[in-house]
Write a protein that binds this ligand. Sequence first.
Ligand code: ZN
Length: 285
Amino acid sequence: MEGDVEFIEYEVVDQVAVITLNRPEKANAQHRPLLIELNDSFERAVADDDVNVVLLQANGRHFSAGHDLGGASAPRNGTWTMADTYRSEAEYFLGYSLAWRNIPKPSIAAVQGKCIAAGLMLCWPCDLIIAADNAEFSDPTARMGLAGVEYMAHAWEFGPRKAKELLFRSTAITANDALELGMVNKVVPLDELRDEAMTWARDIATLDPIMTRLIKRGINSTLDTMGFSASLAHSFDVHELAHGIMASMRAANPEMKTSNVLEHMRATNKNIADAQATERETAAS
Ligand code: ZN
């Protein structure tokens, strides 16, 4: 069974639903059509009795550059209000990520290259993460006048100290750092990423799906009992407050400059700066 739509590839192999982000020319930046197709793909995998495991991967050099700030991730016109932003982000951002986290089947994310801000909202909801050795995880939203992404799982992923560092400094966590922090399960060379993730997926797909469902439910319920879902609901409101503050600041000062995230990351993360310098050289030659 295969079926490709515009921004996502979908196929089932050995009881594994392989969902592939396919907007590589935009570093898999997430606009609304991509998110809707992705959510449809998760729902399709859940509904298919021939699927025991979901594997989320991405075409191109980078897993995801986050929300598509240049595109129409949300319709905006003269009547757009904060209430519309709240409703839209509750459904398409927090709502989708929580739904993916709560699907009854085990899920694995295979991450390469950059995973920026809302990119985290695609891999964190998965049960397991395999990272290529070139993976970098970052959340530079503070440089955009925001208080983290809509799915505020940072402290749950690697504790409050590192979470604050990530958000205050906007620097990336490398694949090996992520492994040490317990944020990813395994780091492999880039050219082995897909095979390794598929090996894990195939192996888990041989288990009784009722058992994997119960294991997942047990672990997720433990986190929920500790406050995971309630804390994310609360942090989402804080995130929306930051949107409101930025909107009122812009209304008071239309000339206000929006911080340039990439500008900041160039200055603070040598790896990213070096990679971009190489890209510019390649493009110029
Ligand atoms: Zn937002």
